[in-house]
Design a protein around this ligand. Structure first.
Ligand SMILES: C[S@@+](CC[C@H](N)C(=O)[O-])C[C@H]1O[C@@H](n2cnc3c(N)ncnc32)[C@H](O)[C@@H]1O
Length: 258
Protein backbone atom coordinates (compact mmCIF):
# COMPACT_ATOMS: atom_id res chain seq x y z
CA UNK A 1 0.00 0.00 0.00
CA UNK A 2 1.19 3.51 -0.75
CA UNK A 3 1.36 6.15 1.97
CA UNK A 4 -0.16 9.62 2.12
CA UNK A 5 1.56 12.91 2.97
CA UNK A 6 -1.09 15.17 4.59
CA UNK A 7 0.96 18.36 4.13
CA UNK A 8 1.59 17.68 0.46
CA UNK A 9 -2.10 16.88 0.00
CA UNK A 10 -3.08 20.16 1.70
CA UNK A 11 -0.98 22.22 -0.78
CA UNK A 12 -4.19 22.83 -2.74
CA UNK A 13 -6.59 22.73 0.20
CA UNK A 14 -8.76 25.54 -1.18
CA UNK A 15 -9.22 23.92 -4.60
CA UNK A 16 -9.78 20.48 -3.07
CA UNK A 17 -12.20 21.84 -0.46
CA UNK A 18 -14.62 23.67 -2.73
CA UNK A 19 -16.34 20.51 -4.07
CA UNK A 20 -16.95 19.36 -0.50
CA UNK A 21 -18.77 22.63 0.29
CA UNK A 22 -20.80 22.39 -2.93
CA UNK A 23 -21.69 18.77 -2.18
CA UNK A 24 -22.81 19.60 1.36
CA UNK A 25 -24.97 22.46 0.09
CA UNK A 26 -27.32 19.86 -1.42
CA UNK A 27 -27.71 17.83 1.78
CA UNK A 28 -30.87 19.00 3.47
CA UNK A 29 -30.44 17.33 6.87
CA UNK A 30 -31.49 19.67 9.66
CA UNK A 31 -30.54 18.04 12.94
CA UNK A 32 -28.64 14.77 12.37
CA UNK A 33 -27.48 12.87 15.45
CA UNK A 34 -24.58 11.07 13.74
CA UNK A 35 -22.50 12.18 10.77
CA UNK A 36 -19.67 10.07 9.32
CA UNK A 37 -17.00 11.19 6.86
CA UNK A 38 -15.54 8.17 5.01
CA UNK A 39 -11.98 8.77 3.81
CA UNK A 40 -11.73 11.98 5.81
CA UNK A 41 -8.05 12.55 4.97
CA UNK A 42 -6.40 15.32 7.03
CA UNK A 43 -9.76 16.27 8.60
CA UNK A 44 -9.87 19.92 7.53
CA UNK A 45 -13.12 19.31 5.66
CA UNK A 46 -14.57 17.05 8.37
CA UNK A 47 -14.30 20.13 10.61
CA UNK A 48 -16.88 21.82 8.35
CA UNK A 49 -19.36 19.08 9.29
CA UNK A 50 -19.03 20.11 12.95
CA UNK A 51 -19.71 23.73 11.99
CA UNK A 52 -22.73 22.75 9.90
CA UNK A 53 -24.26 20.41 12.50
CA UNK A 54 -22.92 21.41 15.94
CA UNK A 55 -25.32 19.05 17.71
CA UNK A 56 -24.15 15.97 15.85
CA UNK A 57 -21.61 13.34 16.82
CA UNK A 58 -19.13 13.58 13.95
CA UNK A 59 -16.86 10.66 13.04
CA UNK A 60 -13.98 10.78 10.55
CA UNK A 61 -12.65 7.50 9.23
CA UNK A 62 -9.59 6.90 7.06
CA UNK A 63 -7.32 3.95 6.29
CA UNK A 64 -4.20 6.16 6.40
CA UNK A 65 -2.59 6.46 9.84
CA UNK A 66 -0.70 9.56 8.60
CA UNK A 67 -3.93 11.29 7.63
CA UNK A 68 -5.66 10.43 10.91
CA UNK A 69 -2.68 11.65 12.94
CA UNK A 70 -2.88 15.02 11.17
CA UNK A 71 -6.67 15.13 11.58
CA UNK A 72 -6.55 14.43 15.32
CA UNK A 73 -3.93 17.14 15.79
CA UNK A 74 -6.01 19.82 14.06
CA UNK A 75 -9.68 18.97 14.74
CA UNK A 76 -10.21 17.59 18.28
CA UNK A 77 -14.02 17.91 18.09
CA UNK A 78 -14.21 14.89 15.77
CA UNK A 79 -13.90 11.19 16.63
CA UNK A 80 -11.20 10.19 14.11
CA UNK A 81 -10.49 6.51 13.51
CA UNK A 82 -8.06 4.54 11.37
CA UNK A 83 -10.24 2.05 9.49
CA UNK A 84 -11.01 0.73 6.05
CA UNK A 85 -14.35 2.09 4.86
CA UNK A 86 -15.13 -1.34 3.32
CA UNK A 87 -15.08 -2.88 6.80
CA UNK A 88 -17.17 -0.02 8.19
CA UNK A 89 -19.71 -0.46 5.37
CA UNK A 90 -20.49 -4.02 6.46
CA UNK A 91 -20.55 -3.13 10.19
CA UNK A 92 -23.38 -2.12 12.48
CA UNK A 93 -22.99 1.65 12.95
CA UNK A 94 -26.05 3.62 11.74
CA UNK A 95 -25.80 7.27 10.69
CA UNK A 96 -28.03 10.13 9.62
CA UNK A 97 -25.55 11.68 7.19
CA UNK A 98 -22.83 9.76 5.37
CA UNK A 99 -20.28 11.87 3.47
CA UNK A 100 -17.37 10.74 1.35
CA UNK A 101 -15.34 13.32 -0.54
CA UNK A 102 -12.75 12.36 -3.16
CA UNK A 103 -12.35 8.87 -1.71
CA UNK A 104 -14.56 6.22 -3.33
CA UNK A 105 -12.48 6.38 -6.53
CA UNK A 106 -9.74 4.69 -4.48
CA UNK A 107 -11.97 1.70 -3.71
CA UNK A 108 -11.99 -0.80 -6.60
CA UNK A 109 -15.54 -1.91 -7.44
CA UNK A 110 -17.05 0.80 -5.23
CA UNK A 111 -20.39 0.61 -7.08
CA UNK A 112 -20.93 -2.78 -5.43
CA UNK A 113 -20.36 -1.11 -2.06
CA UNK A 114 -23.31 1.27 -2.45
CA UNK A 115 -25.97 -1.15 -1.08
CA UNK A 116 -23.93 -1.56 2.13
CA UNK A 117 -23.40 2.19 2.42
CA UNK A 118 -27.11 2.92 1.94
CA UNK A 119 -27.92 0.26 4.55
CA UNK A 120 -25.83 2.20 7.10
CA UNK A 121 -28.03 5.31 6.68
CA UNK A 122 -31.10 5.69 8.88
CA UNK A 123 -34.52 6.16 7.21
CA UNK A 124 -34.79 9.73 5.94
CA UNK A 125 -31.01 10.15 6.14
CA UNK A 126 -28.49 11.24 3.52
CA UNK A 127 -25.59 9.76 1.56
CA UNK A 128 -23.41 12.30 -0.26
CA UNK A 129 -20.22 11.66 -2.18
CA UNK A 130 -17.99 13.30 -4.73
CA UNK A 131 -15.43 11.58 -6.96
CA UNK A 132 -13.07 12.96 -9.62
CA UNK A 133 -14.19 12.33 -13.17
CA UNK A 134 -10.96 13.34 -14.89
CA UNK A 135 -9.20 10.02 -15.43
CA UNK A 136 -9.07 10.60 -19.22
CA UNK A 137 -7.18 13.88 -18.74
CA UNK A 138 -3.43 14.21 -19.43
CA UNK A 139 -2.72 14.50 -15.70
CA UNK A 140 -3.62 10.78 -15.52
CA UNK A 141 -3.01 9.45 -19.04
CA UNK A 142 0.58 10.72 -19.18
CA UNK A 143 1.38 8.93 -15.94
CA UNK A 144 -0.26 5.72 -17.17
CA UNK A 145 1.53 5.83 -20.56
CA UNK A 146 4.89 6.42 -18.95
CA UNK A 147 4.32 3.75 -16.31
CA UNK A 148 3.54 1.20 -19.04
CA UNK A 149 6.97 1.71 -20.64
CA UNK A 150 10.31 0.07 -19.85
CA UNK A 151 12.12 0.34 -17.50
CA UNK A 152 9.18 1.41 -15.29
CA UNK A 153 6.53 -1.17 -16.20
CA UNK A 154 8.01 -4.08 -14.29
CA UNK A 155 7.72 -2.00 -11.07
CA UNK A 156 4.43 -0.22 -11.74
CA UNK A 157 2.27 -2.87 -13.45
CA UNK A 158 0.77 -4.12 -10.18
CA UNK A 159 -0.27 -0.67 -8.94
CA UNK A 160 -1.45 0.66 -12.29
CA UNK A 161 -4.35 -1.82 -12.25
CA UNK A 162 -5.58 -0.39 -8.94
CA UNK A 163 -5.20 3.34 -9.63
CA UNK A 164 -8.31 5.45 -8.89
CA UNK A 165 -11.33 5.30 -11.17
CA UNK A 166 -14.94 6.47 -11.23
CA UNK A 167 -18.22 6.33 -13.19
CA UNK A 168 -20.48 8.77 -15.00
CA UNK A 169 -23.04 10.61 -12.84
CA UNK A 170 -25.92 8.64 -14.42
CA UNK A 171 -24.36 5.36 -13.32
CA UNK A 172 -24.39 6.46 -9.67
CA UNK A 173 -27.85 7.99 -10.02
CA UNK A 174 -29.31 4.75 -11.38
CA UNK A 175 -27.53 2.63 -8.77
CA UNK A 176 -28.91 4.70 -5.88
CA UNK A 177 -32.40 4.97 -7.38
CA UNK A 178 -32.45 1.19 -7.67
CA UNK A 179 -31.76 1.14 -3.93
CA UNK A 180 -34.82 3.33 -3.33
CA UNK A 181 -33.10 6.70 -2.82
CA UNK A 182 -34.16 10.10 -4.10
CA UNK A 183 -31.06 11.18 -6.01
CA UNK A 184 -29.46 14.43 -7.09
CA UNK A 185 -26.39 13.84 -9.29
CA UNK A 186 -24.38 16.32 -11.32
CA UNK A 187 -20.93 17.19 -12.57
CA UNK A 188 -18.78 20.31 -12.56
CA UNK A 189 -15.52 21.03 -14.36
CA UNK A 190 -13.41 23.42 -12.30
CA UNK A 191 -10.68 25.43 -14.02
CA UNK A 192 -8.00 25.59 -11.36
CA UNK A 193 -5.45 28.33 -11.95
CA UNK A 194 -2.27 27.09 -10.31
CA UNK A 195 0.99 28.90 -9.59
CA UNK A 196 4.50 27.72 -8.83
CA UNK A 197 6.94 25.28 -10.36
CA UNK A 198 5.35 22.21 -11.98
CA UNK A 199 2.04 22.75 -10.16
CA UNK A 200 0.21 19.91 -11.95
CA UNK A 201 2.92 17.50 -10.86
CA UNK A 202 2.64 18.85 -7.31
CA UNK A 203 -1.12 18.27 -7.47
CA UNK A 204 -1.01 14.68 -8.76
CA UNK A 205 1.94 13.68 -6.59
CA UNK A 206 -0.27 14.52 -3.59
CA UNK A 207 -2.94 12.03 -4.70
CA UNK A 208 -3.47 9.92 -7.83
CA UNK A 209 0.18 9.47 -8.84
CA UNK A 210 1.32 8.32 -5.39
CA UNK A 211 0.95 4.56 -5.92
CA UNK A 212 2.95 4.71 -9.16
CA UNK A 213 5.70 6.95 -7.78
CA UNK A 214 6.08 4.89 -4.63
CA UNK A 215 6.28 1.64 -6.60
CA UNK A 216 9.48 2.82 -8.31
CA UNK A 217 12.98 2.38 -6.89
CA UNK A 218 14.62 5.71 -6.00
CA UNK A 219 16.85 6.04 -9.08
CA UNK A 220 14.02 5.25 -11.50
CA UNK A 221 11.60 7.50 -9.63
CA UNK A 222 13.85 10.50 -10.28
CA UNK A 223 13.96 9.71 -14.00
CA UNK A 224 10.23 9.06 -14.12
CA UNK A 225 9.40 12.31 -12.33
CA UNK A 226 11.58 14.38 -14.67
CA UNK A 227 9.92 12.92 -17.77
CA UNK A 228 6.46 13.14 -16.19
CA UNK A 229 6.99 16.83 -15.36
CA UNK A 230 8.29 17.55 -18.88
CA UNK A 231 5.20 16.01 -20.47
CA UNK A 232 2.85 17.73 -18.01
CA UNK A 233 4.44 21.10 -18.84
CA UNK A 234 3.66 20.46 -22.54
CA UNK A 235 0.06 19.41 -21.79
CA UNK A 236 -0.59 22.27 -19.34
CA UNK A 237 1.42 25.20 -20.69
CA UNK A 238 2.51 27.99 -18.38
CA UNK A 239 0.91 31.32 -19.29
CA UNK A 240 2.18 34.35 -17.35
CA UNK A 241 3.44 32.12 -14.55
CA UNK A 242 0.14 30.27 -14.19
CA UNK A 243 -1.19 26.96 -15.38
CA UNK A 244 -4.84 26.04 -15.93
CA UNK A 245 -5.84 22.57 -14.71
CA UNK A 246 -9.37 21.58 -15.83
CA UNK A 247 -10.78 19.20 -13.25
CA UNK A 248 -14.11 17.40 -13.72
CA UNK A 249 -15.83 16.18 -10.57
CA UNK A 250 -18.94 14.08 -10.08
CA UNK A 251 -21.39 14.73 -7.25
CA UNK A 252 -24.04 12.40 -5.90
CA UNK A 253 -26.52 13.08 -3.11
CA UNK A 254 -29.08 10.48 -2.15
CA UNK A 255 -31.83 10.58 0.46
CA UNK A 256 -32.91 7.26 1.91
CA UNK A 257 -36.71 6.85 2.11
CA UNK A 258 -38.22 7.78 5.49
C1 LIG B 1 -7.99 12.27 -1.95
S1 LIG B 1 -8.05 11.92 -0.23
C2 LIG B 1 -9.55 12.75 0.26
C3 LIG B 1 -9.48 13.24 1.68
C4 LIG B 1 -10.65 14.14 2.12
N1 LIG B 1 -11.93 13.44 2.05
C5 LIG B 1 -10.71 15.39 1.28
O1 LIG B 1 -11.65 15.54 0.49
O2 LIG B 1 -9.79 16.21 1.39
C6 LIG B 1 -8.55 10.24 -0.22
C7 LIG B 1 -8.54 9.61 1.15
O3 LIG B 1 -9.21 8.35 1.09
C8 LIG B 1 -8.55 7.48 1.98
N2 LIG B 1 -8.90 6.11 1.60
C9 LIG B 1 -8.63 5.48 0.44
N3 LIG B 1 -9.11 4.23 0.46
C10 LIG B 1 -9.73 4.07 1.67
C11 LIG B 1 -10.42 3.00 2.28
N4 LIG B 1 -10.60 1.83 1.66
N5 LIG B 1 -10.91 3.19 3.53
C12 LIG B 1 -10.76 4.37 4.17
N6 LIG B 1 -10.09 5.42 3.63
C13 LIG B 1 -9.59 5.28 2.39
C14 LIG B 1 -7.09 7.82 1.83
O4 LIG B 1 -6.31 7.35 2.89
C15 LIG B 1 -7.15 9.33 1.71
O5 LIG B 1 -6.99 9.98 2.93
Amino acid sequence: MHTWDPDRYLTYADERGRPFVELLARVDATDPATVVDLGCGPGNLTALLVERWPGARVVGLDSSAEMIEKARATTPAVDFRVADLRDWATGAEQVDVLVSNATLQWVPGHLELLPDLVARVNPGGWLAFQVPGNFDEPSHTIRAELAAQAPYAEHTAAVEVTVPDSHAPAVYLNALRTLGCEVDAWETTYLHVLEGEDPVFTWVSGTGARPTLQALPDDLRVRFEEEFKRRLRAAYPDRDGRVVLPFRRIFVVGQVPA
